[in-house]
Design a protein around this ligand. Structure first.
Ligand code: SF4
Length: 108
């Protein structure tokens, strides 16, 4: 049993920092804005988010997650999403997001 299973208090699943100078950093969040996963735990793993890929100044391929709301949309929902994708994490190899998830990206 984990500590989280011993309480009905779910406040550890999220919070909103309205004092943050970047809030709200992602548009389109419909539920409570969850800041807990500000630095997304899935950044180095495969994920279903609508990321774009860019190459940084060191030549490394990185995700641009500007269009992704998954770690931010609702305390419970984003918590559940992150837990699910960390159950069996697969290291991201720098590939572009699959066509399946691209419809969730905004046009720029
Ligand atoms: S696309 Fe979304 S889920 Fe994927 S790493 Fe970026 S913020 Fe996390």
């Amino acid at each position: 049993m984990q500590p989280k299973d011993s309480t009905s208090n779910e406040s550890f699943k999220g919070f909103t920092n309205r004092e943050c100078p970047f809030y709200p950093c992602h548009q389109g969040v419909r539920r409570e804005f969850n800041c807990l996963f500000c630095y997304c735990p899935l950044i180095a793993y495969d994920c279903p988010g609508p990321y774009r890929v860019y190459t940084d100044k060191h030549g490394l391929r990185r995700k641009d997650c500007s269009d992704c709301r998954l770690p931010h949309d609702g305390y419970r929902a984003s918590w559940a999403f992150i837990q699910k994708w960390l159950e069996q994490p697969r290291v991201w190899d720098g590939h572009e997001q699959s066509e399946r998830y691209r419809p969730f990206r905004r046009e720029r």
